[in-house]
Ligand binder design. Structure first.
Ligand SMILES: Nc1ncnc2c1ncn2[C@@H]1O[C@H](COP(=O)(O)OP(=O)(O)OP(=O)(O)O)[C@@H](O)[C@H]1O
Length: 633
């Protein structure tokens, strides 16, 4: 993320402006408190004069007590209002930024570390509150007390004031230098804390891998190094912070000593009355605490500014373009279960394919992954996508979902270029069962209805049945209300996969993308799901990155991807006959697949080459069951 946000003021400034009423109210109360504070030495001098002149002092004493009490009440009220404004700003910042993260452009989000995002959203927003409200209020109000005290002191005795200010000025210059260093140190410390958060997140999300690899010790050392970097930069902040007060105190003590010495001499010489000198001394004492607070608050403020900078940077995350949350695009009916919104969804004009790629190219960063990919997926039926690992199969799916935008060419859904469709419509029309399990903490029901929160009980039951989850749900102690842990712990890998299938089914999409959705299923479960898919494929287009030959053999058409290009398209029988890569993939799968699932091997004519639409040069045929061919059928 860039640092430009800090320069532009960005989100945090706008959020702060939104709390102007509370901030203004708090500041107004604080100002009244300042007046009360500054009036106290005046009354004190009056008290001394009255006592010296043997006049009654009761009225002055009562007035002083009232001022003290009022001062305390105003200070408390001011703290409450400013504190509330601070909490509101933090809440608004967290809501705004979590929305930004959730709607961030995937290509940019991929470059961010999750733990750092977490630190910015949680810890930096808290620190920012202190800077924007408490510290700023302290600086303003105590600054006013300092200015007011200096003015009153100037009226009382200019010479004494010059002496005091001279001593304080020297101390103040050193403090300004310290403040600059503190700001730099604080920013470095926030970054180090962000790094620690990122490292922690990394191990927490892969805890099973860490344990299985016996890597707890290694990871703890890595975390310790990260924590140590944060400690070192934190120490630097502490040292600079700690130097503030003594640097200032030296100046204060020097000025007190000088004022006392010179002041007493001036009282003795009659240049100043004892009452005025007492008032001057009280102002000087009153000056000490606010002055220290001003400088301490500047320190805290500067640390908070570092957090504000990081929060503002998060606000600049590029976003997926989409319609604002809560609005419904006229062309978009996806707000709940399909049963409710299918009527609102515009019917495709004409007889368009469900999905069409036209000369699509794409790369992650500078690295090309897909080149000149063209294919169509009919509105119904099962299309299988096969190819070696890394061929670009998942990338094709991610482009259909518009997680990324193609570098060239066009992708059409029901004849409409997705470049011009609202993101919500695309994702409403496309159901996606991703390669990695996508279950979340929450109940089984919450997980299943995640893409269709308004689904009816009957629709849920149907989706559960179609995904082969009915028995699983029946055996769970709390059925659909069973609570799952992070990443769906509590279910087996295959059960989680079926849960994801149920979720996508409930969405009743026009296109269903299955990325190796049967990878974790046993033969029976896979056969049951295949039956379901056959039914689903009559209603919508099913595109499956196929893991098993059984799925592929049943597909209405198969697309073979090879190094980012469509190499061949055809049925299982056609491809066995004319595509060497497909034969190789199939042969490897035959060797690995469960016996009962293997279709009869087709005779493979020696040296036959793929006369396939859009195919590139086909390599020489390879022997069947080539070891390490990386088949993913
Ligand atoms: N987010 C990403 N950033 C950078 N490169 C990526 C990213 N995702 C995938 N790739 C790269 O793009 C290429 C295609 O990946 P993709 O996941 O589409 O392949 P695949 O055919 O689905 O493979 P598999 O069958 O192993 O899942 C791979 O070389 C991969 O390393």
């Amino acid at each position: 993320m860039t640092a430009t946000a800090a320069a532009s003021g960005g989100a945090v400034r706008n959020l702060t402006r939104g709390q102007w009423r509370l901030l203004l109210g708090g500041t107004a109360l604080g100002l009244l408190g300042v007046v009360c504070t500054l009036a106290q030495p005046v009354l004190l001098a009056d008290l001394i004069r009255s006592a010296g002149d043997h006049r009654p002092v009761a009225g002055v004493v009562v007035a002083l007590v009232v001022l003290f009490l009022l001062d305390a009440v105003l200070s408390a009220a001011q703290g409450c209002l400013i504190g509330r404004a601070g909490e509101n700003i933090v809440r608004d910042a967290r809501v705004l930024l979590s929305g930004k993260v959730l709607r961030a452009d995937r290509a940019h989000l991929d470059t961010q570390r999750q733990g750092d995002l977490h630190t910015r959203l949680v810890a930096d927003t808290s620190l920012m509150k202190i800077a924007l409200t408490q510290s700023l209020a302290q600086i303003v109000l105590n600054g006013l007390i300092v200015v007011g005290a200096v003015v009153m002191m100037a009226f009382t005795d200019l010479w004494l004031l010059l002496i005091a200010v001279g001593c304080l000025g020297i101390a103040g210059t050193g403090s300004v230098w310290l403040a600059r260093a503190l700001r730099r140190a604080a920013l470095a410390n926030r970054e180090d804390i962000g790094d620690f958060g990122a490292d922690l997140q990394r191990v927490l999300t892969a805890l099973t891998t860490v344990k299985a690899a016996n890597a707890e010790g290694r990871e703890q050392r890595r975390l310790a190094e990260s924590a140590d970097r944060a400690r070192v930069s934190g120490n630097r902040v502490t040292v600079l912070n700690a130097l503030f007060t003594p640097a200032l105190n030296v100046g204060l003590q020097a000025s007190l000593a000088a004022v006392m010495g010179v002041g007493m001499a001036r009282v003795v010489s009659g240049s100043i009355s004892l009452a005025d000198f007492s008032a001057f001394t009280m102002y000087l004492f009153y000056l000490v605490s606010p002055l220290v607070l001003v400088f301490l608050s500047i320190g805290t403020y500067l640390q908070g500014r570092a957090a504000v900078q990081r929060v503002d940077e998060l606000d600049t995350l590029p976003q997926e373009d989409e319609h604002p949350a809560g609005t419904t695009d006229p062309a978009d009916g996806r707000s709940g279960a399909l049963a409710d919104d299918s009527a609102a969804r515009p019917a495709p004009q004409g007889d368009h394919p469900a999905v069409e790629f036209r000369d699509v190219s794409f790369g992650y960063g500078d690295r090309p992954v897909l080149e000149g990919v063209s294919f169509t997926v009919p509105a119904h039926g099962l299309t299988a996508v096969v190819g070696a690992s890394g061929a670009g199969k998942t990338t094709v799916f991610q482009l259909i979902e518009r997680f990324y935008r193609p570098g060239g060419g066009a992708i059409l859904l029901a004849g409409r270029d997705i470049a011009h469709l609202p993101t919500a419509e695309i994702r409403g029309r496309v159901g996606y069962v991703q390669q990695d399990n996508a279950a979340m903490r929450g109940t089984l029901r919450e997980n299943i209805v995640y893409a269709a929160p308004d689904a009816t009980e009957a629709e849920i039951a149907e989706a559960v049945e179609l995904a082969g989850l009915t028995e699983v749900v029946a055996e769970l102690p709390d059925g659909l209300e069973t609570l799952l842990g992070d990443q769906g712990t509590g279910l087996s890998g295959g059960q989680r996969q079926r849960l994801c299938v149920a979720r996508a089914l409930l969405q009743k999409p026009d296109v269903m993308l299955l990325d190796e959705a049967t990878a974790h299923l046993d033969s029976d479960a896979e056969a049951a799901l295949r039956d379901s898919l056959r039914g689903i494929a009559e209603r919508c287009a099913v595109v499956a990155i196929a893991h098993r030959i059984s799925t592929v053999a049943e597909a209405d058409r198969i697309m073979v991807l090879d190094e980012g290009r469509v190499r061949a398209v055809g049925t299982h029988t056609e491809l066995l006959g004319n595509d060497a890569l497909y034969r190789r993939l199939a042969a490897t799968q035959f060797a690995d697949g469960p016996v009962g699932e293997r279709p009869e091997p087709e005779p493979v004519p020696d040296g036959s080459q793929g006369a396939v639409p859009g195919s590139g040069p086909v390599p020489e045929p390879v022997p069947a069951a080539l070891p390490g061919a990386g088949a993913v059928l």
